[in-house]
Design a protein around this ligand. Structure first.
Ligand SMILES: CC(C)(COP(=O)(O)OP(=O)(O)OC[C@H]1O[C@@H](n2cnc3c(N)ncnc32)[C@H](O)[C@@H]1OP(=O)(O)O)[C@@H](O)C(=O)NCCC(=O)NCCS
Length: 126
């Protein structure tokens, strides 16, 4: 999924002033499966990739509209992403974030993980 489409979605979503309940969309035209967890107040993307060990997910674009922050929306979204990842039988979830956000993701069990040159937060699901 190109970043251009994600950027268009973010803009479009703001302009639409979303009021619909939680939606889960699979982007069919993408060769890489991408799920979007979307609430009226914010959303995140879950990109599914594959390696020798199996399917795994990357959480990206975690975002909550400013006026709705500090009310547990991001917490709800990350929990939903973890549940979805389990349903999809993913063996791990990874993400990158700033140092200041580390304690937030650590609450769910994510830990910093170094693999070769790459440094990400990771939770094992199997
Ligand atoms: C980060 C963000 C998604 C949090 O959304 P939220 O709905 O307010 O989060 P929740 O209410 O579920 O959780 C709040 C917790 O997030 C953490 N948090 C939120 N913003 C933070 C920040 N800027 N720095 C550090 N921790 C932060 C805190 O641990 C906070 O816990 P507290 O309420 O006990 O202090 C939101 O502030 C946002 O969209 N920011 C801009 C985009 C961004 O930075 N995304 C993260 C990419 S990794």
């Amino acid at each position: 999924m190109e970043s251009r489409k994600i950027a268009m979605w973010m803009t479009d979503r703001r302009e639409r002033k979303m009021t619909e309940p939680t939606k889960l969309l699979a982007i069919k035209e993408s060769t890489t499966p991408l799920f979007r967890l979307e609430l009226p107040e914010g959303g995140l993307d879950l990109v599914i990739l594959k390696n020798k060990r199996g399917d795994y997910g990357i959480i990206e674009n975690v975002f909550v509209e400013e006026e709705f922050r500090k009310r547990g929306i991001a917490t709800k979204l990350v929990r939903q992403a973890i549940e979805l990842a389990k349903t999809l039988n993913l063996y791990k979830l990874t993400l990158t974030c700033s140092d200041s956000m580390t304690p937030f993701y650590a609450r769910f069990g994510f830990k910093w993980h170094l693999l070769g040159q790459s440094h990400c937060m990771r939770i094992n699901l199997k």
